[in-house]
Design a protein around this ligand. Structure first.
Ligand code: ATP
Length: 332
């Protein structure tokens, strides 16, 4: 079996069960655009993995390759040690993608019934409808659903049987808060049953709350891979906030060492107190705070905290963009 430039199983599998997903040096370009660049990736049973990345990072392309909807230009990939097509035929993979319309001229329960009929390890219809929170709309025509309801139906189609891997591309787009909660509750159940869940999202708070592993893609490559806590720690920066009663010299604050961002809100002027709240992001909070005292400032309500996943994500991708820009400049 060939292992290059095709979506095939890797020839030599290590001892023990094959990984759920294995990418080895996978690349995919569309004309001049390199969407996936020499990607290595391995997912294991029971992991809940969030795929993050700015627009155009290559998330959907990676999921399309994984599901055999696109063929790599080079490298090899496998699901459970077999081709994606074979794994899907065996009913081991359920997917909920952004693209692709739903069949409109049928009732919800008929469409879900069709997915059941095609699944070798299908669940009972009532259970699928209930898990996806669509029992009450089972008699509706698919063409009459709202965007959020359509997403729930897609979810039902992806979980119509006992899959070992569930792949979700921005699954909660268009869902309201309660639908999201139901959705992630159902996903947690799947993960507790040992299933691997891989989802691409732009909602970083979802990744933080749900995933036990976060992979940040940028320009088709893995920029960071670890728990949300590890990603935040890797971004390195800390948030510092404090109040100042005396007028501040903004230039002096801007010149503090290791500072990566500064905002000063003049929240006391209306009350006539002159109090300002300063928020700083710093690569070395200890050094920044030390220098702050050196300015003769008397910060009140000083707080130093780690970055949220969102700020860590921005810090990582911005730093990577800056490195790429410097490299491009040097190459000119
Ligand atoms: N069919 C296509 N033809 C040409 N270029 C494409 C095609 N599909 C994707 N691309 C390009 O490949 C790159 C990666 O796109 P992809 O959709 O995989 O990113 P993404 O991370 O899923 O983005 P988003 O968060 O915006 O959905 C982008 O530059 C995109 O414009």
């Amino acid at each position: 079996m060939t292992t290059t430039a095709t979506t095939t199983a890797t020839a030599a599998q290590p001892a023990g069960p094959a990984p759920v997903v294995s990418f080895r040096g996978v690349s995919k370009s569309y004309g001049a655009v390199r969407a996936v660049a020499d990607l290595d990736l391995e997912l294991h049973p029971g992991e809940t993995v969030a795929l993050l990345g700015p627009n155009g990072a290559g998330k959907s392309s990676t999921l399309d390759l994984l599901l055999g909807l696109r063929t790599p230009d080079s490298g090899s990939l496998s699901l459970f040690g077999m081709t994606p097509q074979r794994a899907i035929e065996d009913g081991r993979v359920g997917a909920m993608l952004q693209s692709g319309g739903l069949m409109e001229g049928v009732k919800v329960k008929e469409l879900v019934g069709l997915a059941r009929d095609l699944h070798p390890r299908a669940y009972p219809l009532d259970r699928i409808l209930e898990t996806a929170g669509i029992t009450d709309i089972a008699e509706r025509m698919v063409g009459k659903l709202s965007g959020g309801q359509e997403q729930r139906v897609r979810f039902a189609l992806a979980t119509a049987g006992a899959n070992d891997l569930i792949v979700l591309d921005e699954p909660t787009t268009g869902m309201d808060v309660s639908a999201r909660q139901t959705f992630w509750g159902a996903m947690r159940e799947q993960a507790l049953q040992g299933r691997t869940v891989l989802f691409a999202t732009h909602y970083l708070e979802e990744a933080d709350a749900i995933a036990d592993r976060v992979i940040v893609l940028h320009r088709g490559r893995v920029l960071a891979d670890g728990s949300a806590a590890e990603i935040k720690a890797r971004a390195g920066a800390r948030r510092i906030s404090f109040d100042l009663d005396a007028p501040v010299d903004r230039d002096a604050l801007s010149a503090l060492p290791f500072l990566t961002s500064l905002s000063v809100s003049d929240n006391g002027s209306a009350a006539g107190t002159g109090r300002r709240t300063v928020r700083i992001q710093s690569q070395d909070a200890d050094a920044t705070v030390h220098a702050l005292y050196g300015l003769g400032a008397y910060p009140r309500n000083l707080e130093v905290s780690g970055l949220g996943l969102e700020q860590a994500f921005i810090a990582l991708t911005t730093a990577s963009d800056a490195t790429s820009a410097t490299a491009e400049e040097a190459a000119r």
